[in-house]
Design a protein around this ligand. Sequence first.
Ligand code: SF4
Length: 253
Amino acid sequence: MVSAIRVPRDATNNVAMNRRLSKAPDRRRRAAPAATVARRIGAILRVLRREAPGWNAPIVSFISIQTRDPFKTLISCILSLRTKDQTTAAASERLFARAATPEAILAIPLPTLERLIFPVGFYRTKATVIRGICRDLIDKHGGRVPDEIDTLLTLKGVGRKTANLVVTEAYRKPGICVDTHVHRISNRWGLVATRTPDKTETALREILPRRYWLEYNGILVAFGQTICHPTSPRCTQCPIERACPRIGVIHSR
Ligand code: SF4
């Protein structure tokens, strides 16, 4: 266990109180003051950065680093939605071995495309979405993946999570990709007190120092898949257990 992080003295460190707060509506829960966030998150990320090499990198980050290709980052992110990383990895490999550009994917008949990406979640819908994105990229963006969140959001099937992941992972531009892991853990830490990932993104944009934006998603996703699980987090093995108010955690290991 790492003891470098000091336990905050604020009331949110009281687990019993946190459990009561977790059942209260948003308006009764309070996020940590912005002034304390930089200090706390800096200490937490220092510890998690040290531990992260022992965890599996999130699949889309891995593909992005391996390929340095914004198109593959975008398409693998679409494939990864509601899909396990192993399944996404295999489907991405099959698809990109056959077609790795918008033009090449559009040349694949829809049933073949569906077969290539099966069994990712909602594979039929995703095949249609991917073809639509490829068509839009060619018709409206010169075949290039946009590097601005607002422009990416004009692509049908691209939501805030995907848009943020593409600009941060593929273009190394500022953004905060909030998926279920980032949403859950940011709330457990008491950095935010929000009900939805979109609200978490808005809150984090206000309080999270920019120097942490690019790494925040990758570290928290790997941490969430390895230790801070959704239903029963491994708190006894957690390297930041002493710094965590465990807001909303009812069962843990
Ligand atoms: S594993 Fe437990 S102690 Fe660690 S961050 Fe998650 S909720 Fe907090």
